[in-house]
Design a protein around this ligand. Sequence first.
Ligand code: FAD
Length: 317
Amino acid sequence: MTVAELIKSSDKTAFSFELLPPLKGNSIDKVFHTIDQLKEFDPIYINITSHRDEMQYKDTSNGLYERKVIRKRPGTVAVAASIQHRYGIKVVPHIICSGFTKSETEYALIDLNFLGIHDILVLRGDNSSRDRFTTTSETGNNYAIDLVNQVNALNTGQFLDGTLLDAFDTPFSYGVAGYPEKHEEAPNMDSDLYWLKQKVDAGAEYVVTQMFFDNAKYFDFVKRAKDMGITVPIVPGLKPVTLMNQLSVLPKIFHVDIPEEFAKEMRKCRNNDEVKQVGVEWCIHQAKELMAHNVPILHFYTMMGTQSTRKVAEAIF
Ligand code: FAD
């Protein structure tokens, strides 16, 4: 069954979570350890993020800077395959536009097809840390909708160079991202929903949201999406807060609000152990309310820390 079919056939709220491929040079054991800590909660699928390359500038002794291009977290496809092979759990690798040419994307899709991995999350990807604004690429896809179109073409047997798949069409099934608090670059929510609808109309079978800490924003988003004609499931993304500095870091990076009621509790904490406790309690409160509204899945951003996600899962599943 595809993720979309699993979502539709599930009669109670299921658990899923997101993992990052290891930093270059590190072993895959940390990925396995994370799964070992969470597998008892019966994840319906596991997402594996994808990361673009980055420029690094090194100060050299002659006063000049040396520029290096590095991909800090390569290996999304291989990590997905090894999880599927080791645990038999459905995997959803992320496929992104930024940092990849269309050809590289096609090769990744061919590899995934050979591996029997046909569920993917299609995204534009983060900007390079060097670019404040998105730069367009001649050889790559610029928006998620362009990548959706590339996947759709492959699903009907067409490669980029015009070669045709003679034996079969690829059966990729995919979800896309949505933003209950609006994507940072969108001029307004209606415009952001307009582009979300383009992705859904083109074939996305479900939407996974950016993390949010105020359920009212998710409920409002779902309603506005429905009003626009977006009828596919919208999976809420949750993150248990674990560090005091996330009070400012999460709004800065992910463009999300932290409700004052929650922020006030965090400010009372004397150390990060207390923050973790408050973060878990808030996340349980969010999860219970979402479950009461029959959301199909609760998707957790683990950021490779399992302790808090475990505590939330223990309390709700
Ligand atoms: P898009 O749908 O392309 O939208 C980007 C912006 O452009 C929006 O403001 C939209 O309104 C607008 N827009 C869309 N299409 C058009 C168009 N044709 N013309 C003009 N404007 C347009 N990042 C990573 O690098 N790796 C990951 O693994 C990753 N995983 C993620 C998982 C989830 C669930 C989420 C929510 C985000 C994830 N991200 C990841 C971050 C994401 O890639 C960034 O937020 C990115 O800036 C936007 O991605 P998108 O797919 O929503 O882009």
